[in-house]
Design a protein around this ligand. Structure first.
Ligand code: GLU
Length: 559
């Protein structure tokens, strides 16, 4: 046994398995040609970030459309940052979007799924130890005894002398220790971490290929990174690499913030003699603010958390659709030609991926979601509104349950058309927009309203006259066109103009126009300036209720 082997045995006395054993335990997958094995590998350190939803969507879709495998792996080696329960939250929120893993962590209490288990890094410590033991035996990893003080004075020295920062080359003090010196320090009980012994030189360039960015030249790694911490767990750089190898990942799809560390990962792959997976570093989601672009930030932007969209009741398919528009430049064109297709019929590709940071555009999300919600039929819309309301919106829950059919009539106004009404961006929009349909809510609205939202240019007495003239014969049973003609008669009777062109030419001759008449009726029925077509509001409210409301308005106006 040579000194390196002795050192490896002293550090990992219980590790008897070898890399060959791991290769056998986790065999090459038997998948069709072109199948992508991808993974989403979050650290359970908080909520699902909108950027992570984007990454996981792309990873999942790439696996799905190629008949591959999508893995959910928990990267929990940074125990200090771990937030209890966030593993479940991440999985649950992905599930709400229909992004379900084929393999991996399946939730607390459920067995993990797949032959490449375990899928939680903290349960894989033995695997990493086997690989590190091999590196130590080969003299390619070593214990480092530097204290935090030594490391910070090294940093100060490097900063002062304008040198590259880090543990590398001549600065990698412990890499110069002989195995027997290292053994004696270990025997003295001096704490240590294990570092990878890089053989690179940062002045050299390496060529790397990224599926999105093409061929790139990056500086070679020379950092002796920590691969194993004193808490008995590996670092991200090392752990994810072993996992991607032994889970037989073919495509690493992750945020572009990892691109600068790619040289480390590639050197490690080379050192191990393993073939690196293909890489696609996805654009980071950016926000435009005061003319500047910046990363969507957990601290500043509520929309950085996926929960923001869930709590407001955005339709999940709208959010996914939006993310596909920022993923692939040809998605929108495809969508226009396939308005009613499932978005996942679209074939996503890496080479159509946006290169620069993708710009997050809430207005666009709203438009897409509005469109999606308008295309649900009344039953589906109601069911989904109810699911949302049950969790997030008591008021909405209450009104739906009061009378489901009444609710359906309201949200069905001008829905069953080729170009349906687009009233709602999200389910939380419903209640404020439709509450006036409910008697008690209308009364509350009226009570709390200081100034009724009628056109200020109209005389109060004219408004009252219009309501009085219309009140007794609402035309509620007439077909829409006849009802409108009936309204024209009321218009003329009240001294208003029933023809907009004529009115514009000759305003002084009239008290107002047909548009004003329509608004008076609308406002009186709803205390709102914007509602669906008053004809339908009228029909849903019914004669008695409309007349009751008209009387209340007249009273409120002091007549
Ligand atoms: N755990 C890493 C993260 O938090 C995953 C990076 C990767 O996908 O390689 O983003």
């Amino acid at each position: 046994m040579n000194d390196y082997e002795r050192l490896a045995d002293i550090i990992f006395p219980d590790i008897l398995e070898t890399i060959d054993d791991l290769e056998k335990r986790y065999p090459i997958r038997n998948l069709p040609d072109g199948a992508c094995v991808t993974r989403f590998a979050p650290s359970p350190t908080g909520f699902l970030h909108t950027g992570s939803l984007f990454t996981s969507l792309i990873s999942w879709k790439m696996a799905k459309q190629s008949n591959g495998v999508f893995i959910f792996r928990l990267e929990d080696t940074d125990t200090k940052r771990e937030i209890k329960g966030s593993d479940i939250d991440l999985l649950t929120q992905l599930d709400i979007f229909g992004i379900n893993p084929d393999e991996g962590f399946m939730g607390e209490g459920n067995p993990e799924k797949g032959n490449y288990a375990p899928y939680r890094q903290s349960d894989r410590a033995n695997i990493y130890k086997i690989v590190i033991k091999d590196l130590i035996k080969r003299g390619l990893a070593y214990p480092c005894f530097c204290t935090p003080e030594e490391l910070s004075s090294l940093r100060e020295y490097q900063e002062k002398n304008k040198l590259n920062i880090g543990y590398y080359g001549e600065h990698a003090k412990c890499s110069k220790l002989s195995p027997s010196d290292a053994i004696s320090k270990i025997e003295q009980g001096i704490p240590y971490v294990i570092r990878f012994k890089s053989r690179g030189n940062s002045l050299n360039k390496i060529k790397v290929h990224d599926l999105i960015r093409g061929d790139l030249e990056l500086s070679e790694n020379d950092q002796h990174i920590v691969i194993f911490k004193s808490d008995g767990l590996p670092t991200y750089h090392f752990a994810h690499l072993c996992d991607d190898h032994f889970m037989r990942t073919t495509h690493v799809t992750r945020g572009e913030e990892w691109l600068p560390s790619l040289p480390i990962h590639l050197e490690l792959f080379n050192t191990m003699g393993w073939t690196a997976p293909l890489y696609a570093h996805l654009p980071v989601i950016m926000k435009q603010e005061d003319g500047n672009r910046r990363k969507l930030s957990k601290r500043k932007d509520p929309e950085a958390a996926v929960s923001y969209f869930l709590e407001l009741g955005y339709p999940t398919e709208g959010i996914l659709e939006y993310l596909l528009t920022i993923a692939n430049s040809n998605f929108e064109e495809w969508r226009l030609q396939n308005m009613n297709s499932n978005i996942f019929d679209f074939n996503l590709s890496f080479d159509k991926m946006t290169l620069d940071g993708a710009l997050f555009d809430l207005a666009k999300i709203n438009n897409i979601c509005k469109e999606r919600l308008s295309r649900l039929n009344k039953d589906e819309f109601t069911l989904r509104a109810l699911v949302f309301a049950k969790q997030y919106d008591n008021d909405l829950f209450e009104i739906i349950n009061k009378d489901v059919d009444y609710f359906k009539n309201i949200i069905n106004i001008e829905r069953e058309k080729d170009n349906p009404r687009k009233d709602y961006e999200k389910f939380s929009d419903i209640y404020p927009l439709i509450k006036f349909f409910y008697k008690d809510k209308y009364d509350e609205l009226l009570d709390s309203c200081d100034v009724l939202p009628f056109n200020e240019l109209l005389n109060k007495s004219d408004v009252v006259n219009v309501i009085n003239t219309y009140k007794d014969d609402l035309g509620i049973d007439l077909p829409e066109e006849d009802w409108f003609n009936h309204l024209k008669e009321i218009t003329v009777k009240c001294g208003f103009c029933d023809n907009m062109k004529e009115y514009k030419k000759n305003k002084e001759a009239y008290k107002g126009s047909i548009a004003d008449i329509s608004e008076i009726i609308r406002v009186s029925m709803s205390i709102r300036k914007n509602t669906p077509n008053p004809y339908w509001v009228l029909k849903i409210l019914g004669k008695e209720e409309v007349q009751r409301r008209f009387n209340l308005i007249i009273k409120k106006l002091g007549y």
